[in-house]
Design a protein around this ligand. Structure first.
Ligand code: GLY
Length: 588
């Protein structure tokens, strides 16, 4: 039974002001104010919302203040990001939500990943020569799976929220109809994607000025068609998207652009509530997303492997430490290529993959003096395609923690920035290109350079394999202490791994754990990727161990995390990308 709470929505003009007042909830002698830390989190003794975009974080924090729970705030943040962060926040994509219910001490996983349309088939992205047509797989209307976001957010609200749909969508409708001020991040991002978005009439009209010019920081950005779509969802719930006018608009767009999604595909879209995949690391326990995400399994598998080594003794980000991480990543991503797929279509050996004894055998294959060659770690496929990893920046993660102790940690996406670039004419939102996360041909690489096998082949109604890894870490008393997750395509799982190692083995506060330079390896391509801040000496040592270190540094992910110690929440919005913000709930 929902408790209706009247929400004051006279917030938008006060957003910047109210976020600067948020310090009022900080405690001066807070345990998080570690004198040795170079980076400090935002503190709250109430609730907290951390997302990639400040207005959306504030929307969630206001919902908490109005009496909503973490699920209400997460759903409101999810809808707001669809307006304020159009490159990744979405109605036309899909994702995964992990919910911790404090009163039941229970974690559940909500799968709202896109589903392949009925018209899809395993060879749909192959050209007449049998080669993968990447343009078709990534940028055509056929690259869109049936969107899951609206179904997923409404499912979460219906099952675990306390407010009405109208209440949680109202801020997003207002942001779309009255507009919000474009910041540097959005202006830059639209500028960078202008070539692709200009090639579709509706996308050009929605995201650029009438004369085609880019919006500049300070311009007000109004999205009238999107506000109408959001209003239909507020009024009709799921049917406001998967049936009626919105569904008709999606199908008309499909017909115009030669896409596959039909009214029946939309009507048949299903959210699935799943058991999270859970494991332990030293004295901690953790739960993360199960298949069709590979995230939880491989996060736990890598931790299981690394548990066999004294990482602390090696020293954080030393060459010995990075070497062992890379070798664990290599084994894990090799398994990912063979065993992982949609569990509703292909049996995934979850328990075997997260088995501690199996991890021990993998750990014994690691030589502390030599890097292995990826080809020797998994020789199952005879032809390797080692394309560069072209990380999409544009999945997005947010975390919410309420004062009752409920937690939501959510990652959702259009896949690439602005998905396939095709907006639904009349509906104001972009479509995903998630079909590229299927394996278009066994052994070929997707947009992240990830290799997949038959388990992840395209089939009607199947969900493509993902790397998204919303994660909750528990202490030895089984109390949640960390909620985290990141965008970053194939790098998401290794980023979550490093957040956990930083927080556990190295006892870092959440802001410090977030800011530390990261590394990544994914078996193929056989390369160690690294961020600025890993020293040249360390890179030299890694090379002398036999690692192929990438030629230049890159930026890895953008975590949005909350940790808890005692009664205090500490939020950390990743400084790697502009615009992210941790906003504490202001008052009770
Ligand atoms: N589209 C990125 C992922 O699902 O991992």
């Amino acid at each position: 039974m929902k408790i209706k709470v009247a929400i004051s929505t006279a917030i938008l003009g006060l957003l910047v002001l109210s976020s600067s007042l948020s310090i009022a909830t900080s405690s001066p002698d807070n345990i998080f104010l570690d004198k040795n830390a170079r980076f400090h989190p935002v503190i709250s003794q109430l609730g907290m919302v951390v997302s990639q975009e400040a207005i959306a974080s504030q929307v969630g924090a206001d919902i908490l203040e109005a009496g909503g729970n973490a699920i209400d705030a997460a759903v409101a943040t999810g809808f707001a990001l669809a307006v304020t962060l159009p490159r990744a926040g979405n109605l036309g994509g899909g994702g995964f939500m992990l919910v911790y219910l404090a009163d039941k001490n229970k974690t559940i996983a909500i799968d709202y990943r896109e589903m392949a349309p009925m018209g899809a088939n395993k060879d749909m992205f192959l050209d007449p020569q049998g080669k993968v047509d990447n343009q078709k797989a990534r940028f055509s209307a056929q690259s869109s799976g049936v969107p899951g976001t609206v179904g997923g957010l409404l499912y979460a609200l219906d099952e675990y929220g306390s407010l009405s749909i109208e209440e949680v969508i109202k801020p997003a409708i207002k942001l779309a109809s009255q507009g919000f001020m474009i910041n540097h991040d959005l202006s830059d991002s639209l500028h960078l994607s202008s070539k692709r978005l200009h090639s579709h009439k509706a996308s050009k009209r929605y995201f650029y000025k009438e004369n085609g010019d880019n919006y500049l920081p300070g311009d007000v950005f109004i999205q009238s068609d999107l506000s109408q779509t959001l209003s239909r969802i507020a009024e009709q719930g799921r049917s406001g998207f998967y049936a009626g006018k919105t569904a008709d608009l999606i199908v008309s767009q499909m017909k115009r652009s030669n896409g596959l999604i039909t009214l029946k595909d939309l009507a048949n879209y299903r959210v699935v509530e799943r058991q999270p995949v859970c494991g332990s690391y030293r004295q901690h326990r953790l739960c993360a997303m199960p298949p069709p995400s590979s995230g939880g399994i491989h996060l736990i598998q890598m931790l299981n492997i690394l548990e066999n080594f004294d990482l602390k003794k090696m020293g954080h980000n030393s060459s010995a430490y990075i070497h062992h991480l890379v070798e664990a990543m290599r084994s894990s991503y090799a398994d990912r290529s063979l065993y992982l797929g949609d569990p509703d279509f292909t049996p995934v050996p979850v328990n075997q993959l997260i088995d501690k004894a199996y991890a021990k055998t993998l750990s014994e294959q690691i030589n502390s003096q030599h890097a292995r060659i990826s080809k020797d770690v998994y020789p199952g496929l005879d032809k390797w395609i080692s394309s560069e990893v072209t990380e999409s920046e544009e999945t997005t993660h947010f975390s919410v923690w309420d004062k009752q102790g409920n937690i939501v940690t959510n990652t959702y996406t259009l896949n690439f920035a602005y998905g396939n670039g095709i907006a639904v004419e009349g509906a104001g939102f972009l479509l995903n290109n998630e079909m590229d996360d299927f394996s278009a041909k066994p052994g070929s690489a997707n947009g992240y350079g990830l290799i997949g096998g038959a388990a992840n082949a395209i089939q009607p109604k199947k969900r493509p394999l993902s790397s998204m890894t919303p994660t909750i870490l528990f202490n030895s008393h089984n109390k949640p202490v960390l909620a985290t997750g990141s965008p970053g395509g194939s790098t998401i799982i290794t980023i979550a791994l490093q957040m956990i190692l930083n927080s556990t083995d190295f006892n870092m506060g959440i802001a410090e754990a977030t800011a530390m330079p990261r590394i990544h390896h994914q078996w193929l391509p056989d390369a160690v990727y690294y961020e600025n801040g890993i020293s040249p000496d360390t890179l030299k040592n890694l090379k002398s161990l036999g690692h192929h270190v990438s030629s230049k540094p890159r930026v890895l992910g953008s975590t949005q995390s909350i940790s808890r110690k005692g009664n205090n929440l500490a939020g950390s919005a990743d400084p790697r990308r502009q615009g992210a913000s941790a906003i504490p709930q202001k008052t009770k």
